[in-house]
Design a binder for this molecule. Structure first.
Ligand SMILES: C/C(=C\CNc1ncnc2c1ncn2[C@@H]1O[C@H](COP(=O)(O)O)[C@@H](O)[C@H]1O)CO
Length: 174
């Protein structure tokens, strides 16, 4: 499986890096490929290191203005012209998407693919890895959207929230 991971470009506390590393090692050990934003920084680096160290393949999708941050030694590195093009390539190259802890970049990527899924433009599984309850607020917001009929499809058809890395991979059938 090609698993696309959206996650923070920042250096984070151990509670977040430990879960990211655990998920990355599962990807590598089970012979999956990581598709990610391509940079060798922050949690993105932790995930890429974990997958590569456990024997998995790396497919990076960077963007022109971040080319200097791209990881050396990925199995494949694509450089998109714009952020919009990059998101389209990330989705195209993925069989499934996992959203880890992150900031506005991660949120932008996650809402983009959920919006496309809502409109039936893809049917790929999307799992939010809710490490340490980081996304409890988002989960609650989305449940309210569903309860008050803002969502045209059931929430469970759009996205699943997983409490730990094993549960997240199991949700993807991996
Ligand atoms: C410029 C710096 C680091 C490089 N930053 C990024 N490199 C690659 N991809 C990035 C970067 N920043 C955002 N992204 C994409 O969005 C997600 C992370 O964003 P967040 O706001 O940190 O959550 C990630 O999935 C990337 O695809 C500083 O030295």
């Amino acid at each position: 499986m090609n698993i696309c991971v959206f996650c923070s470009a920042a250096d984070l506390d151990e509670v977040y890096t430990a879960a990211a590393r655990e998920f990355a090692e599962l990807i590598g050990k089970r012979g999956h490929t990581l598709v990610w934003g391509g940079s060798d920084v922050g949690l993105m680096k932790v995930v890429a290191d974990g997958v590569q160290g456990a024997g998995g393949r790396l497919v990076g999708v960077s963007v022109e203005f971040l080319r200097s941050k791209a990881r050396e030694g990925a199995d494949e590195m694509i450089v998109a012209a714009t952020l919009a093009e990059r998101k389209a390539i990330l989705l195209e190259r993925a069989d499934a998407v996992v959203v880890m802890v992150g900031g506005t970049g991660t949120l932008d990527e996650a809402t983009d693919i959920l919006e496309l899924k809502k409109h039936g433009m893809h049917g790929k599984p999307v799992v939010v890895l809710n490490t340490a309850g980081f996304y409890d607020g988002l989960k609650k917001q989305m449940q309210r959207m569903e309860a008050e009929r803002f969502l045209p499809v059931p929430l469970t058809e759009l996205v699943h929230f997983a409490d730990d890395p094993g549960q997240a991979l199991a949700r993807l059938g991996g």
